[in-house]
Design a protein around this ligand. Structure first.
Ligand code: CDP
Ligand code: ZN
Length: 159
């Protein structure tokens, strides 16, 4: 069995009005992540981490934001498409670990729902998915609440 590791990163500017779509769930919030798709920065970072681990491309190449078909697109569907690419190459997901850097909302209370949604999407056990939140201690653009950033590490194994 070969283990491969990838890293993904995403950031989105906040727009007025909630809810905030993150990790395939809708979190109550006064702001949302603006974007061409549904703005789900967790799904985007996870997608890039998996594609990177497999050396099979990146999310922008799979789903160009210049393509009208991707407007408002459900990012869980993008993640599933990346998963199919991995499966076709004989790989399966071993685990993903996510850090959301944002002043608000608190991620902790939504951990169970996000883990469940992503585990179901990736067809892995619950303990193969973890998510954590951190503030940026009030510093910089994240500290000012202009947007958020997401980091994801992922490991994949040969099937
Ligand atoms: O305590 P420290 O400065 O290291 O971290 P913090 O950014 O103040 O966050 C403290 C804790 O709050 C985190 O370890 C998480 O448990 C939680 N947190 C969260 O769930 N969601 C966030 N957006 C920020 C923090
Ligand atoms: Zn994104």
């Amino acid at each position: 069995m070969t283990v491969r590791v990838g890293v993904g990163y995403d950031s989105h500017r906040f727009g007025a009005g909630g809810p905030m779509r993150l990790g395939g769930i809708d979190i109550p919030s006064d702001v949302h992540c603006a974007g061409h798709s549904d703005g789900d920065a967790i799904c985007h970072a996870v997608t890039d981490a998996l594609l990177g681990a497999a050396a099979l491309g990146d999310i922008g190449e799979m789903f160009p934001d210049t393509d009208a078909a991707n407007k408002g697109r459900d990012s869980i569907e993008m993640l599933k498409a990346a998963l199919v690419r991995l499966q076709t190459a004989g790989l399966r997901v071993h685990n993903v670990d996510i850090t959301v850097v944002t002043q608000a909302p608190k991620i902790g209370p939504h951990r169970p729902a996000i883990r469940a949604r992503l585990a179901e999407t990736l067809d892995v056990p619950l303990d193969a998915v973890f998510v954590k939140g951190k503030t940026n201690e009030g510093m910089g653009w994240i500290g000012r609440g202009e947007g958020l950033a997401v980091l994801c590490t992922a490991s994949v194994v040969t099937r």
